[in-house]
Ligand binder design. Structure first.
Ligand SMILES: [Zn+2]
Length: 321
């Protein structure tokens, strides 16, 4: 080998080595890029999967909402009536429950109950005697009063103080006058109501018709007036009470007390609220005389004596005019 050819061979080796190095570098670069690509792909995949998952969940939710919407909207639309109906039903059932809650115990309470009611007073003699008997027995009652004089105010105050209730019988008891027209009747009760409110501070809202709501005497003065008055009273916030136990003390002024007691004994019914009609005018001494025996009979037979209040279930007669 000549020196020249040795130099050539050396140059060739160096060139090859350079070429090899360059190739090796390119290979390394490629491998690096590949690794970076693979690694970045590996790292990116979960993000993509998560993103895809989120999008899927969102799509599922939207689908659910879409699925819910077309159902709920027409339901709401269609049930606009239905929903109201349901509300109405719920309301009604609430009312029913409410009513039952009030009425049922009331009905239970009113069984074996006696409401002693005294009409046409107050009188200066019989009424205080009746109040004494009621007080002695711790029995509360109800007085349906007529117009009264100034001297009677302490008696009315005593009624209230001792736990009795007061109802309106009327400023006047004159059938011709009070049943002449609806307005005449309404004015008649309003006048006494206002007077009592002013004198005693008592707001009486329960009315007893002179003659009861079943009276036919009123027909002589105004045909059909009782039908109108019974409705109008309730419409205007009043209540009216008739009776279902009659002592018979209205049939005369000297009905023996024993007969009054006998009537009550035969008419009291344990399964009902017993509204007993009595009178406390001066001419009804026998009613006061019968009272202790009536109370004794009631207590002995398990009856409870109560005053009439606005919560009491009103006993009404059949209206005949
Ligand atoms: Zn009367």
């Amino acid at each position: 080998m000549t020196t020249k050819s040795r130099e050539n061979t050396g140059r060739k080796r160096r060139r090859m080595t350079r070429l090899q190095r360059e190739r090796q570098l390119r290979m390394r670069l490629l491998i690096c890029c590949g690794v970076v690509l693979v690694l970045s792909g590996l790292f990116a995949a979960p993000e993509i999967r998560a993103a895809l998952g989120r999008r899927q969940i969102q799509r599922d939710m939207e689908a659910e909402l879409d699925a819910a919407r077309p159902q709920s909207v027409p339901e709401r639309q269609a049930a606009g009536g239905e929903a109201e109906g349901q509300e109405g039903t719920a309301g009604d059932s609430d009312i029913l429950v409410g009513e039952n809650a009030v009425v049922e115990p009331e009905v239970v309470r009113e069984k074996k109950t006696v409401y002693l009611t005294f009409d046409d007073g107050p009188s200066m003699d019989v009424t205080p005697e009746i109040l004494d008997i009621l007080k002695k027995n711790d029995v509360k009652a109800t007085f349906f009063i007529l117009n009264y004089g100034e001297k009677s105010i302490p008696i009315l105050e005593r009624m209230v103080r001792e736990g009795h209730t007061i109802g309106i019988h009327g400023y006047s008891h004159d059938y011709a006058e009070i049943y002449a027209s609806e307005d005449a009747f309404m004015n008649n009760i309003q006048k006494l109501h206002d007077k009592l409110l002013e004198d005693v501070g008592y707001d009486a809202r329960i009315v007893r018709f002179p003659g009861g709501s079943s009276n036919t005497i009123s027909e002589k003065y105004k045909k059909g007036i009782m039908k109108k008055l019974t409705k109008r009273l309730e419409k205007e916030g009043w209540k009216y009470l008739d009776w279902n136990v009659s002592t018979g003390d209205a049939e005369g002024n000297n009905v023996p007390s024993s007969q009054l007691v006998k009537s009550v004994k035969s008419e009291l019914k344990p399964e009902q609220a017993n509204v007993v009609l009595l009178h406390d005018t001066s001419s009804k001494q026998s009613s006061a005389d019968a009272l202790q025996n009536i109370i004794d009979f009631g207590i002995e037979n398990g009856y409870t004596f109560c005053p009439v209040t606005e919560d009491t279930t009103m006993v009404h007669h059949k209206v005949n005019n």
